[in-house]
Ligand binder design. Structure first.
Ligand SMILES: C[S@@+](CC[C@H](N)C(=O)[O-])C[C@H]1O[C@@H](n2cnc3c(N)ncnc32)[C@H](O)[C@@H]1O
Length: 270
């Protein structure tokens, strides 16, 4: 058994995690952090948080740093989360971009967790006949390699389908022998997943639509500002940016223009 993280240890880990990922942990997250780090100590057969911290600092073992960040990030997500955004995209924004012949329409789900968000886009695009004609391209990234692997496996428990219509469930998922749901392989293959750290990595593509929903809530204001500026640069002109329904860029000085499109708040780059 390991003791709880001391205040000093918590501060050191919180600082390291913040520098590496932008994830900002309030003091109240000490128990959560010690529970999550404990798994790494067991895996690495290291006896104390202090030794683990020293190991991370001195070894510069990038694989272990990745595993540590995998253990501490919060990955809650589900299919068809905030359906209004998808209605706005498919009933207004995407048809408008297609009518301007901006083809293919390029979409990036940034902080995609285990893939439910890009796969929701992909299933709806399939329903609208956009996949076969190659009218849409979907990229999806996360800092956490373990959720990216989950996404690529396409296997989900029923909690993740809690907002999924029976129509989509029956058409795009097969029940496995263990009662899980396996997503249709065509949908899995269509989405291009990659690891990307929004704080430290460069983005070398331009998109027409970026979704970064329920990700920046874990960052402090300075990092939010930097990441929003990065998104702005990663969009073409006449393009759109979506944040989660409880998020806003209200306190961030940004060049985006705020718009309501079919009841969804969106950020527009002229
Ligand atoms: C709560 S999930 C959101 C998933 C999905 N976008 C949604 O709204 O349902 C937040 C995701 O952000 C990822 N994340 C956190 N910090 C990140 C960073 N610096 N770069 C990229 N992804 C990050 C986490 O690994 C996690 O999978």
């Amino acid at each position: 058994m390991f003791s709880k993280l001391s205040d000093d240890e918590f501060k050191k880990f919180a600082k390291l995690i913040h520098e590496m990922s932008g994830i900002f942990l309030k003091d109240s997250k000490s128990t959560l952090l010690s529970n999550r780090l404990r798994k790494r100590l067991i895996e690495k057969k290291i006896d104390s948080f202090d030794d683990y911290y020293r190991y991370l600092e001195t070894s510069k073992d990038m694989d272990e740093i990745t595993e540590m960040l995998n253990a501490v990030s919060t990955n809650e997500t589900y299919f068809f989360r905030n359906i209004k955004h998808f209605d706005t995209l498919f009933d207004s924004i995407i048809p408008e971009l297609i009518s301007k012949r901006r083809l293919p329409v390029t979409i990036w789900s940034a902080g995609c967790s285990s893939g439910e968000e890009p796969y929701t886009l992909c299933m709806i695009a399939k329903e609208k006949g956009l996949l076969n004609k190659g009218l849409i391209k979907i990229d999806a990234s996360d800092i956490n390699t373990s959720v990216i692997n989950e996404a690529k496996s396409g296997i989900y428990d029923e909690k993740r389908l809690r907002s999924t219509d029976k129509y989509y469930e029956d058409k795009y998922f097969k029940r496995t022998a263990t009662g899980l749901f396996k997503l249709d392989q065509e949908i899995i293959d269509y989405v291009n997943f990659f690891k990307l750290n929004l704080i430290t990595d460069k983005v070398d593509k331009k998109y027409d639509i970026i979704l970064c929903r329920n990700v920046m809530i874990y960052f402090d204001r300075d990092d939010q500002k930097k990441v929003v500026a990065k998104f702005y640069e990663s969009l073409n002109n006449d393009s759109y940016f979506f944040v989660g329904h409880s998020e806003s860029l209200y306190f961030i000085d940004t060049r985006f223009e705020y718009k309501k499109v079919l009841d969804s708040p969106v950020y527009y780059k002229k």
